[in-house]
Design a protein around this ligand. Structure first.
Ligand code: PRX
Length: 643
């Protein structure tokens, strides 16, 4: 068996050493030391953790800081203004280099511009942008002022954007005229124009990215280049309380309504910077780091913006997609910028595998020394391919388990310490405590027993709640096993070596290409179509995307009939979901059925639908009200629909 132990050379230079595990025995002292090591405070904190109002934590109580100052100004003050912060790789061949001194000027100007538009501390700002540097600048400008940002993934629909603007009561939306997709200019502001009317957002700030025609509302719309470029490049970063809200990020839960996950400043920044340093092994003076996530997801927040910038790292910011202008573009970028740390998702790795190892083989990838994986379990085969064909057979892979809610990495190997186990995120990092519980809430200790992953101690970057819904926060995360356990929603088991294997979600949440989607949200999108009476959605396993959305729909017999039929109707329903939520939520397949399998109490048995969707023998149907339903569905399934 191959031994994936770190080499002595790697261990010697590693940021994260084994002694951290010992140090973490004193939980609060450990985190207080990390907060001092990784963050510059304007006002020192007193108590490290106040858990008296559990599950609402306060970390680094009384401390004051500015996240934007920590990510930008202090590096310039330390004499590193000439260091590249962002190698911007545009989707249109228009690359740019932004140093830390440039970033300071741009963030200061943007902060002044936001203030001139009336944004003040505490106001929420929605950001709906492609992967352009202005997105990063906008987030840091908001953080500087103390106006929590709510970044909405640019692939979400205008309806999804509207719901998020409304829930967070955003005062301003920042967007761009359009975005480049596979070399073509596509609209973006258009969705904002449809989302904003009737909401609290009185102003829309627009970056000109593509130059495509846009509708313009003189009262409401403002060009970025008009207000930001003319603003002063001096802006004093005020100190904010450690617990001041930094951002809201919406994520799917088990109901149709997305949850606004709230993160605050001091604890979040501490854990992002610490984990980026010890897990990705970032040496800011020499490394070129590249996280391929979109800033619309938590990975982009923590491991493009806050972690690496707090550490003063040099990174690549890529606007494009892995297949444009060609399937070797990732490796071309690695070669050109000598990327040494690459952090990406299993779905991308499996796609590269499908395209073939001969593509990366054409490029010089010898600069790579650490690889990371995030978003879903990585299958051992993809892990080995990644190590072999991208990591030169020797780069450690850090498989990092965490969530929007946890804010930063929780389980992961340390690349200079851990003997790697392909497919497992292995164990909690120093400072984090996890257990696996059985149905009754008893800790599992034996290998191969399947249970629920829980976190047993508060951690600095933990969510502070769900925006506007404290009860839902308690119910969702702190009630399944009692108030002392954070329930992560993932199934897990130990192996004989004590490694934790994440087995996927145990709730009605799917993971498609590392993105979280809720079955309930897609079901409610489907039933909002006039032809659909009832719908059930399951996540079926998919070779490339991990899971894929498969829907079962019953059509209405009354009222509105006529219109499209057959494949045309299915296409219409898929597009409808795309419109309601976004293209990522479009079902891979939609089955029109006459019945859905239900228990006698009327609950849809998704487990059985999943069996069908994954072409398995259908499981136990004894609790079904009408067991013949499954045969009907299976017969229909023989002829798949959709594309
Ligand atoms: O099921 C786990 C899976 O992704 C979920 C969190 O999704 P989200 O909040 O969108 O954040 C994704 C980026 C951190 C988890 O509950 N997940 C994430 N990383 C891993 C993972 N499953 C297994 N291994 C991982 N490394």
């Amino acid at each position: 068996m191959t031994d994936y132990a770190p080499t002595p050379e790697f261990t010697e230079q590693a940021v994260g050493q084994a002694s951290l595990y010992d140090e973490a025995a004193d939980h609060e002292a450990f985190w207080a030391a990390r907060a001092t090591e990784y963050v510059t405070w304007s006002q020192d904190f007193g108590t490290t953790l106040d858990w008296s109002d559990a599950p609402f934590a306060k970390w680094f109580v009384g401390g004051e800081l500015n996240a934007s100052y920590n990510c930008v100004d202090r590096h310039v003050e330390a004499g590193n203004g000439d260091r590249v912060a962002l190698h911007v790789v545009g989707a249109n061949g228009d690359d740019r280099t932004i140093t830390y001194a440039d970033l300071l000027r741009e963030v200061s100007k943007a902060a002044n511009a936001l203030e001139s538009l009336g944004v003040t501390k505490g106001d929420r700002v929605a950001i709906y942008m492609p992967m352009i540097p202005e997105a990063v600048i906008a987030m840091l400008a908001c953080a500087r002022i103390g106006a929590p940002h709510s970044v909405v993934f640019g692939g979400f629909s205008s309806d999804a954007l509207k719901a998020r603007i409304e829930d967070g009561e955003a005062k301003l939306v920042i967007t761009s005229d359009g975005q480049f997709r596979k070399g073509k200019a596509m609209p973006l502001k258009e969705a904002v124009d449809r989302a904003v009317p009737g909401t609290t957002a009185g102003k829309v700030l627009v970056v000109k990215r593509t130059g495509i025609d846009v509708e313009w509302d003189d009262e409401r719309d403002v060009w970025w280049h008009e207000v930001v470029d003319s603003a002063s490049d001096q802006h004093e970063a005020p100190a904010h309380d450690s617990e001041h809200p930094l951002f809201i990020l919406y994520t799917s839960g088990t109901t149709g309504k997305p949850k606004g996950i709230l993160h605050t400043t001091g604890g979040y920044l501490t854990q992002c910077a610490y984990t980026n340093a010890v897990v990705h092994d970032v040496h800011p003076e020499t490394d070129v780091y590249w996280c391929t996530a979109d800033i619309g997801w938590v990975t982009g927040h923590s491991y493009i913006v806050y972690g690496p910038l707090a550490n003063g790292a040099t990174q690549v910011l890529f606007e494009g997609t892995p297949d444009s202008p060609h399937q070797g573009v990732f490796w071309e970028i690695v070669e050109k910028y000598k990327v040494s740390i690459l952090y990406t998702a299993p779905t991308a790795i499996r796609t590269f595998m499908k395209w073939g190892a001969d593509i990366p083989a054409k490029y010089d990838l010898s600069s790579i020394r650490v690889l990371g994986s995030v978003g879903e379990p990585i299958n051992p085969e993809a892990w080995r391919w990644y190590r072999e064909h991208i990591g030169g057979g020797s780069a450690p892979i850090v498989d990092t388990w965490w969530q929007t809610e946890t804010g930063a990495i929780m389980n992961s190997p340390l690349p200079g310490v851990t003997t790697l186990e392909p497919g497992s995120s292995q164990r909690p990092i120093p400072g984090i405590s996890a257990e696996i519980l059985d149905d009754e809430g008893q800790p599992l200790t034996e290998p191969e027993q399947v249970g629920y992953l829980v976190l047993t101690k508060p951690w600095p970057s933990m969510l502070r709640g769900i925006w506007g819904d404290p009860e839902r926060y308690k119910d969702t995360y702190w009630s399944r096993f009692g108030p002392e356990y954070y329930f992560a929603g993932d199934g897990a088991k130990y192996d004989a070596d004590g490694n934790i294997w994440i087995l996927g979600r145990v709730d009605d949440v799917m993971n498609v290409s590392g993105h979280r989607l809720s079955t309930a949200e897609i079901e409610s999108a489907l039933v909002s179509h006039p032809r659909v009476a009832e719908a059930a959605v399951v996540g079926a396993s998919d070779e490339t995307t991990g899971q894929a959305v498969v829907a079962f729909a019953i059509l209405r017999q009354d009222g509105e009939t006529g219109g499209a039929e057959g494949d045309e109707l299915i296409q219409e329903l898929r597009n409808h979901v795309g419109q309601q939520i976004g293209p990522i939520a479009k079902p891979r397949q939609i089955m029109i059925v006459d019945e859905l399998p239900k228990t006698r109490s009327g609950k849809i048995m998704r487990r059985l639908l999943k069996d069908v969707a994954e072409n398995r023998e259908v499981g136990d149907v004894t609790t079904l009200a009408d067991s013949s339903v499954m045969n009907l569905i299976k017969d229909g399934m023989a002829k798949p629909s959709g594309d």
